[in-house]
Write a protein that binds this ligand. Structure first.
Ligand SMILES: Nc1ncnc2c1ncn2[C@@H]1O[C@H](COP(=O)(O)OP(=O)(O)O)[C@@H](O)[C@H]1O
Ligand SMILES: [Mg+2]
Length: 440
């Protein structure tokens, strides 16, 4: 590797220090939990604050996996830290949970209930809270009315509860429906509590079928993939914290490669920063992003690695599966992430340097869509001449592009050849699933 330009070369000490700090300034593997690292989402935050502060209203936050739902829910606490008496609790749902399990878990977290009023010696070997709950709610399992009763009777008046139920989509449909009844009951009785439901979904109906009954009390916040400027802000916040700089083309490339998913911005940002630090530089260059892509692929999630290999596997050598999948990932798509066979032609030629017409890769597209051994990695919609495809897992799209670029030398030449400049100049329409921009 080349050494950095003499003047600002990092000392051994600074190099080690920066490596440590780079591990903290980016957060590819976990939700962001402080405002310092949290970028963008200004509108969503504004709507969430209004929902939390309005008596009788509750929130539902939804979007695809990896768009930043948990991060937004996690920083609520910090947003309200100057408001006395606001108490935030986050409860994670699992597929084994029912309504009853989740609420018992939630009640155990709430101090007003845990701090049993009055001492009781007859705990029968149960924890105090268990015993108290038993006294409060005699007949199991819990029903929506019990929730209101416990909160009304047991919570002190001088604080307002916010209960966040993350991964809400994991619950069975009938368990989720009970939450709708609970919200209605709490709202009708103006109980001092805000319920925040957070889950993977395209729309509210997917999370709560009978949402009509709670349309008025429920503030619906959809989280679309992040916009370019928001992703850029992630890089700026981290590089500022590190007192590092990044060249414009390197920053643009990271933002483009992230395709709306902040996980990739953190991952590529971190790996590129580390590559620059390895070269004793404080300035991140295009060549660092190139090195960063290699390590980012190694650090990527197993799920994407497996899906990718499944999709392009073949007994024979030199098949076109890898190139066609990359061309799909780079194909211009509509606002819902769909592209047609004809859209694959141009990226296919750019990637391979040869002209391919649709029949040369239509079998591959069919296999990607129909062959269960390949995932299927794509889904399709429409009939005959109107058939359109898209990635089933939108987070695979950036992974496929990274895989494709990993074999290449990233320089002005490649950027020209794959038309990156053109793509970078397009606006956010390129992002996947902007339909999620529409507030439900
Ligand atoms: N607003 C944000 N600013 C900075 N990083 C974010 C933001 N939202 C999400 N991230 C990052 O994106 C990744 C996925 O976020 P997460 O909140 O876990 O998504 P989800 O809950 O929607 O699956 C994490 O690495 C997290 O650090
Ligand atoms: Mg999450």
């Amino acid at each position: 590797m080349k050494a950095g330009s003499g003047v600002s070369e990092l000392s051994d000490h600074d190099q080690t220090r920066l490596r440590v700090l780079a591990g903290l300034a980016f957060s590819p593997g976990a939700p962001v939990d402080s405002k310092k690292l949290f970028a963008g989402r200004v509108d969503e935050m504004r709507r969430a604050i209004r929902g939390i502060t309005a008596r009788g209203r509750h929130l539902m936050m939804y979007g695809q996996r990896g768009v930043g739902k948990t991060s937004l829910a996690t920083i609520f606490k910090e947003l309200f830290d100057e408001v006395p008496g606001m108490r935030f609790f986050k409860i994670n749902c699992t597929s084994d949970d029912g309504f009853d399990d989740i609420w018992r878990r939630a009640f155990r977290e709430i101090p007003a209930i845990v701090e049993c009023k009055g001492e009781d010696d007859r705990l029968d070997g149960k924890s105090a809270i268990e015993y108290r709950l038993e006294q409060l709610i005699s007949d199991s399992p819990l029903c929506p009315g019990d929730i209101r009763r416990v909160i009304q009777n047991e919570c002190q008046d001088d604080f307002e509860l916010v209960l966040i139920f993350d991964e809400f989509d994991r619950l069975a449909e009938h368990e989720r429906a009970l939450f709708a009844d609970t919200i209605k009951d709490l709202s009708d009785n103006s109980v001092k509590i805000t319920i925040v439901l957070v889950g993977v979904a395209r729309d509210v109906v997917e999370l709560i079928d009978e949402h009509e009954s709670i349309k008025r009390p429920l503030v619906q916040i959809s989280l679309p993939p992040m916009a370019r400027d928001e992703l850029g802000e992630i890089i700026d916040r981290a590089t500022n914290a590190l007192r590092m700089t990044i060249e414009k083309n390197a920053r643009d490339l990271i933002v483009f490669l992230s395709q709306g998913f902040p996980h990739y911005t953190h991952l590529l940002g971190q790996e590129s920063a580390l590559a620059a630090i390895d070269c004793r530089r404080r300035n991140i260059r295009l060549e660092d992003v190139e090195a960063g892509i290699q390590s980012a692929l190694e650090e990527s999630q197993e799920s994407e690695k497996t899906e990718y290999h499944k999709a392009i596997q073949s007994q024979r050598k030199n098949t076109l599966y890898g190139s066609v999948l990359l061309a799909c990932a780079m194909a211009p798509s509509d606002e819902r992430g769909f592209f047609a066979s004809a859209d694959v032609r141009e990226p296919m030629s750019r990637i391979t340097g040869r002209d391919y017409d649709i029949p040369a890769f239509s079998k591959h597209l069919k296999d990607f869509t129909e062959d269960a051994d390949r995932g299927p990695v794509l889904e399709k919609t429409g009939k005959e001449k109107m058939i359109r495809f898209r990635f089933r897992n939108p987070m695979l799209r950036p992974y496929v592009i990274l895989k494709g670029l990993a074999k290449e030398r990233i320089d002005g030449n490649l950027i020209d050849r794959i038309g990156l400049e053109k793509m970078l100049n397009q606006r956010d329409e390129l992002l996947l699933f902007p339909e999620m921009n529409q507030q439900g």
